[in-house]
Design a protein around this ligand. Structure first.
Ligand code: ATP
Ligand code: MG
Length: 230
């Protein structure tokens, strides 16, 4: 039997969290819980949450902690996450969200195995984000080269591959600023809890994945967090 895992992935917009979390989710056979994907699905379905969230997302702002905490707690309480674990992508993003998650996992008696900071500098992610395209239906990420035909469809599910409405230069810059002010403090937060491993997110996706799995497995075997880092 493949053992599960409970992971939190931090990292700037465009650091490769979505790509790596999809792969990690297959490797450990645990759900990939992306709050961005959950919110985009709510927008598509036109739910109350989606209606509230759309303008904030397009503008590059953050949805309130209370809503996000409720959404994630509900998802983490389902059977798959309770029994095998999860990969959290895009949550927590503020100290308030992190505090709520620590409290929740303590109540459940299931603490996270490791928090990974997937580190890619700001200059590099800016290049990646401008050429990013995404499947509207399943969220698979692609990189545009400029030679694509119109009506690009997804290799995985056949859905439409489009540019995200929040991947405009203004929204990208606002999100990166918010990452620095609201989310970067979580790196020190988890370091103090001795749960953090920093992984260099630059390089071929296969190499980055191998580095992540190496660090996670070491940590799950009880190795020190620092030994798995760069
Ligand atoms: P990436 O480029 O890696 O996908 P991102 O931050 O641009 O990262 P998502 O994680 O997909 O994009 O999130 C999209 C938007 O959804 C965010 O800009 C924000 O408005 C909202 N959002 C997602 N997660 C949260 C959260 N935990 N707290 C508040 N708002 C959130
Ligand atoms: Mg993402």
């Amino acid at each position: 039997m493949i053992p599960g895992a409970r992971l939190i992935i931090l990292g700037r917009q465009g650091a490769g969290k979505g790509t790596q979390c999809t792969r990690l989710s297959r490797h450990y056979v645990v759900p990939h819980i992306s709050t961005g994907d959950m919110l985009r699905a709510a927008v598509r379905e036109g739910t109350e949450l989606g209606k509230t969230a759309k303008a904030i997302i397009d503008d590059g702002g953050l949805i309130g902690d209370e809503i996000m905490i409720g959404l994630v707690k509900e998802r983490l309480s389902r059977g798959d996450a309770m029994s095998r674990g999860y990969i959290l992508d895009g949550f927590p993003r503020t100290v308030g969200q992190a505090d709520a998650l620590v409290e929740f996992t303590a109540e459940q008696g299931r603490m996270v195995d490791v928090v990974i900071d997937l580190d890619v500098p700001r200059e590099r992610v800016l290049e990646r984000l401008s050429s990013r395209r995404v499947c509207r239906d399943c969220g698979t990420n692609y990189t545009a080269t400029g030679t694509e035909r119109n009506g690009w469809s997804c290799d995985v599910c056949g859905g439409d591959v489009v540019q995200r409405e929040d991947d405009t230069p203004e929204s990208i810059s606002r999100r990166l600023d918010l990452y620095e002010s609201q989310t970067e403090p979580l790196i020190a937060y988890y370091e103090e809890r001795n749960e953090l491993v920093v992984i260099d997110g630059f390089g071929h996706p296969d190499d980055v994945l191998a580095r992540m799995i190496g660090a996670i497995d070491l940590r799950k075997r009880g190795g020190s967090a620092a030994a798995g880092s760069r």
